[in-house]
Design a protein. Structure first.
Length: 304
């Protein structure tokens, strides 16, 4: 069995490209033992740990590799019905292949350029925002009469369009607490420091994060008049969640047709409806492409 594939993208790391290469190869791997040739001991270690069932937390590219390999490992056999488990063995290609450099140069010369039929078709024109790697839309709500609250978050990777949606809820809460929880959950879903544009319809959350939290923290989580900060537990969590990231805040008018805001409002409602039915309110979904039209490069100005 012989299969070839290639691809690439601008601004990617060597680690990400090694992960992408193995992700593309997984569906084509034969049954039984498979030799993976690479030039990175850390990558070898990662693959062995995934196959062994160890918990691994890495970059976005590594997480996609983990998902692909765990699926094959947990299914027991691959390909189906052949009775042989997938067993990956890694080795350093420079030590096993003396002519590695010459082979690499020949392969690069023969490889089809990115954008050929072998590569996944583009998702369409995805605008790249300056200093922004992901968009995060958030929303929170509360039905006081029913005593339930919900939150929704949508994370969109600007370059690829890959999307993660999260939602959840709780009893006996407030609108502001759910708004903060949505932001916290979105930021905590990021595995590494990231440039983020947060698109929120809550001026309260934006003001807490950009105007008030720093002074409150310096004052022992008390306001200027000495009174304890309301929602102190979540304000402190919001401050913690924001710390690793470079965040741009964009206010969007709620319930005004902005696609991302409408989407997370629906997730928020889904959580509250689940609570009212006595069901688990939390959930998540992944999409290969954004389920909404992405914003233009220029964000709307915040309210005065």
């Amino acid at each position: 069995m012989v299969a070839e594939d290639s691809g690439g993208r601008a601004g990617a790391s060597s680690w990400a490209m090694m992960c992408e290469a193995l992700i593309a190869a997984v569906p084509k791997l034969p049954a039984g033992q498979t030799l993976v040739l690479a030039r990175n001991d850390a990558f070898h270690s990662l693959v062995h740990r995934i196959v062994a069932g160890d918990k691994v937390t890495k970059s976005q590219a590594s997480r996609r590799l983990i998902e692909a390999l765990e699926h094959k490992r947990d299914s027991g056999t691959y390909p189906p019905n052949q009775g042989k488990a997938l067993d990956l063995v890694c080795t350093d290609i420079e030590k096993t292949e003396p002519d590695y450099k010459a082979v690499k140069e020949a392969a690069m010369a023969a490889a089809p350029p990115p954008g050929t039929a072998k590569e996944a078709p583009p998702l369409g024109e995805v605008p790249m925002l300056a200093d922004t790697q992901v968009w995060i839309w958030t929303d929170g709500g509360c039905r006081q009469a029913a005593g339930v609250g919900g939150w929704g978050t949508m994370i969109v990777h600007a370059a690829s369009g890959a999307t993660l949606e999260l939602w959840g809820g709780t009893q006996d809460t407030t609108n502001n607490r759910m708004e903060m929880m949505a932001v916290i959950q979105g930021l905590d879903a990021l595995s590494q420091p990231t440039h983020v544009e947060l698109r929120v319809d809550s001026t309260y959350v934006r003001n807490v994060a950009t105007k008030w939290a720093h002074a409150w923290k310096q004052n022992g989580w008390r306001k200027r008049d000495g009174e304890p900060v309301k929602n102190q537990d979540l304000v402190a969590e919001l401050d913690r969640a924001l710390t690793p990231h470079k965040v741009v805040w964009t206010w969007v008018k709620g319930h005004a047709g902005e696609p991302g805001n409408t989407r997370v409002d629906g997730l928020c409602g889904r959580a509250m409806e689940a609570l009212l039915r006595g069901e688990e309110p939390a959930g998540q979904e992944r999409h290969k492409a954004p389920p909404v039209v992405l914003p233009d490069r220029v964000s709307p100005a915040p309210p005065t």
